[in-house]
Design a protein around this ligand. Sequence first.
Ligand SMILES: *[C@@H]1O[C@H](CO)[C@@H](O)[C@H](O)[C@H]1NC(C)=O
Length: 307
Amino acid sequence: MGCGRCRSLPVVPVVPVVLVVLVVLVVLVPAARGDCGPLPQLPGAEPPEDSKDNQSFPIGSKITYQCVQGFAKLPLKSDTIQCLENALWSVLPEFCSRSCYSPPRVSFARVSQEDELKNFYAVGITVNYVCNPGYEKSSDKLPTSTCHENLTWSEVPVLCQRKSCGTPENPEHGTVVTTDQLFGAKADVICDDGYMLTAGQAFIRCHLKGDGVAWTQLPTCQLIQASSSTVGTTAVTDATKPLEEKTSEYRYILPLVIIPCIIGIAVILIWTIKKCAVKQKGTYKPNPTNAGDEEQGPSCQERKTGP
Ligand SMILES: *[C@@H]1O[C@H](CO)[C@@H](O)[C@H](O)[C@H]1NC(C)=O
């Protein structure tokens, strides 16, 4: 500042020139240099020691944060921010947490009601499971899972097993073939020779019933009717009702459709024959200009005898 030449300059022009230069510097320089400012503060995370206090970072800089004490990095989340082209730091969703995600889902059990309502699962917390309907405890212990230090859940031990429906009864004149008698199992029903299943499914299933499990209702095996003769009718029981109802439907449909058809055709034929006979008796000749009332019936032409 102790510049001798400055004193020789006129005072008035110096002030605006200095102001303009300052404004230009303030406005243009950071944009021209294209740098990002100091690192942002992120929840539960801190930047590395060596770049913590830097005030400016060039475009393209990448800084990887670390979770602070008591927090852990969430699996699959990014922990690195970048200085973008527009000289702004990229924005990251939260990646350090003190809480695991929701506990794992398994087919044989569900998280106890008490634990399910929580929305914060801190490191070290253990949630209890209860066996699903159709399953029962296979030991004294119930399944549990614990939120690890790295925010993953421990595997849920398989401590629930499928309940058994027991050995199914055989239907009269048939057999149930089982390979599995536990909840969810399916068993085929096979009728003896000469017998067939009535309407319904050819299998039973071990399904939920009340608090437990039970086989679904057995289908019945019905004597096969060789024809509609006396052989079958003696063996018909209540169980055959659905099949009987079906065949009687056809018994009604057939006459209802065919009989009116036959009657209709007969009426038309008789009417036509009568009309033609009447016209042939007289010397009637259809008048082409007066044929309006003849539209409905077939027209009769006078039979031409030989010349
Ligand atoms: C998390 O920590 C548990 C227990 O320390 C370990 O068994 C598991 O493999 C870890 N999982 C991952 C993804 O690091």
